[in-house]
Design a protein around this ligand. Structure first.
Ligand code: 16G
Ligand code: MG
Length: 534
């Protein structure tokens, strides 16, 4: 084994660079990633062996980043993100200084983690549309072949489709668990399409929804999903679908563009009050928006999706006679204060705040029976506990109204990809809820009014000196900074602000909100000035 790894590793030399597995795996300029992907391949096989041969997923994507970037991340057996404790092991292998050091570190992990290497490793993988994808796949298969892992290449997929497949495969032959679905791309469409058709039965058509796919993998996959559902019931116009022009990926389009610029992607011609949505480059993130009759732009971000989903699910669960199920919402510090107030006061549901990053929200959501989680930027989904799954499956309705609600709830569980935020499944979830409520985007938007807010990126000498606590809402270090922020915030009505070191860029991010637009801007500038002194 050692000789085979050394032989294969020679083809994938490590550049002079320090790598770390961040909130979204390894992500950087693609030309730096060859050795990283090779080594993550080795780790994927070890992870599978440690898990008794259960299948591990590996996704090659850099999400909303520029086309020259790429990235790699691992998916754990139930379709969740890699166990946090293994992120350090990924970095250990990625940073091994030579082929021999790599083998030493690999063998070190086998000993440290008590891995039985006679277990057959199973790995599946997929990639997004980037030009660098195929070469990185070649590095990956070199690693998997070197250690004798079984693998399946699923070609082009969205990130959430890969998460779905991993869970399907690992729930196929379990004694007490229902298989999550057919472990094929086709199976993904069939399951979601059937659930959507069921939920839309007898509901009035809502007119066309325009979806900007960021010129990424979401475009062909959304078209395939739309095909599976049928045009009679799902009228979607796909824009920004030029995946054969790699330079167009995420350029002047996509969820990140719309959320940060707060305007329409230039290619979009949204007619008044028409529903529009944007995905990111790997389709794990979605935001909605619309233009009012006066032409003004309105963003319906992750907070608005979370509140919509939570209110619908809470009503449905009650109507189905399952009021005992604990429903909760998980947000981050970026959630608009108005959304949090709406969830707690109007919907009467608990809210938990976690640090930024899907894995944190997901973990907190699984503590509820039905956990709705969304980052304001549009990453999110709903999780159901084992108890919720079995109650929903086995409950006997006591009235025809309960029976209908229960059937809808069962279909909703099938519609949702609970492994991870999934832009395609979230899109259909929103479409279903709007149809059930008989709402257009304007009615949806009017549930609460966002407080004016501002996000500022501050360049600092060393972002690592900024240490946050309380789900990133307060700074512990540098000492004295939080007190300064507090005294500034105190001067603004409905003022709130925090500063946190970015997990993906060399910068500190400052968020502020206040009762008035000018005040939110002023507060953000003030806090940015405080931060910039370090
Ligand atoms: C990553 C995270 C995302 C988070 C963002 C924050 C995943 C899949 N992605 O993209 O959830 O919002 O980082 O970036 O977890 P920042 O730390 O630079 O603000
Ligand atoms: Mg993404």
């Amino acid at each position: 084994m050692a000789a085979a790894i050394i032989e294969a590793s020679k083809k994938h030399p490590k550049p002079d660079q320090v790598f770390s597995y961040g909130t979204a795996g390894f992500r950087m300029k693609a030309f730096l990633l060859d050795s990283v992907v090779f080594r993550v391949g080795l780790l994927a096989a070890l992870r599978s062996q440690r898990q008794g041969g259960r299948t591990i997923g590996l996704m090659i994507t850099a999400s909303h980043n520029v086309p020259e970037d790429n990235g790699v991340k691992l998916v754990d057996p139930m379709g969740e993100m890699l166990d946090e404790r293994w992120e350090a092991h990924a970095a250990t292998l990625a940073n091994a200084s030579s082929d021999e050091d790599l083998v030493a570190k690999y063998e070190g992990l086998i000993t440290e983690l008590k891995i039985n290497t006679s277990v057959q490793a199973n790995v599946i993988f997929a990639k997004d549309t980037r030009e660098s994808g195929p070469a990185l796949v070649a590095a990956l298969t070199d690693a998997l072949n070197a250690v004798g892992a079984n693998f399946t290449d699923y070609g082009l997929l969205t990130t959430p489709q890969l998460h779905y497949l991993v869970r399907c495969i690992n729930t196929q032959n379990l004694p007490d668990t229902k298989p999550y679905g057919e472990p094929t791309e086709e199976g993904y469409y069939t399951k979601i399409a059937a659930a959507y058709r069921k939920l839309m039965q007898g509901k009035p058509r809502q007119g066309q929804v325009t979806v900007d796919c960021a010129n990424g993998v979401g475009a062909p996959k959304l078209k395939a999903l739309a095909e599976a559902i049928g045009k009679d019931i799902f009228d979607v116009k796909v824009i920004n679908d030029a995946i054969d022009v790699p330079s167009k990926l995420n350029s002047q389009c996509g969820a990140d563009f719309v959320k940060t610029q707060q305007r329409l992607p230039p290619a979009s011609q949204a007619s008044a009050l028409a529903r529009c949505a944007s995905l990111d480059g790997d389709a794990d993130r979605i935001v909605y928006y619309f233009c009012d009759s006066d032409g003004s732009f309105h963003l319906l971000d992750g907070d608005k999706i979370a509140t919509l989903a939570a209110s619908f699910i809470a009503d449905l669960v009650k109507a189905a006679g399952l009021a005992d199920l604990r429903i909760g919402v998980v947000q981050t510090a970026y959630a608009n204060g108005s959304s949090t107030a709406y969830i707690t006061k109007t919907l009467g549901l608990p809210v938990v705040c976690t640090p930024t990053g899907v894995k944190h929200l997901h973990h907190a959501a699984t503590k509820f029976d039905c956990g709705v989680y969304f980052e304001a930027n549009g990453h999110g989904t709903v999780t159901f506990s084992l108890a919720a799954h079995s109650a929903i499956a086995s409950h006997s309705p006591e009235s025809p109204a309960q029976a209908t609600a229960l059937e809808n709830l069962r279909a909703l569980v099938d519609l949702i990809n609970e492994t991870v935020g999934d832009a395609l499944s979230d899109l259909l979830l929103v479409e279903v809820i709007l149809a059930h409520k008989g709402w257009g985007p304007k009615e949806w938007n009017s549930t609460y009014t966002d407080l004016p807010n501002r996000l500022v990126r501050v360049e600092v000498k060393d972002r690592s000196v900024f240490k946050a606590t309380d789900a990133e809402r307060r700074l512990l270090e540098p000492t004295g900074v939080q007190e300064k922020i507090d005294s500034l915030v105190g001067k603004y009505k409905q003022g709130r602000s925090f500063a946190r070191a970015s997990g993906t860029e060399d910068a500190v991010r400052v968020y502020s909100e206040a009762g008035e637009r000018a005040e939110a801007d002023e507060l953000a500038r003030g806090v940015a000035d405080i931060v910039a002194q370090f």
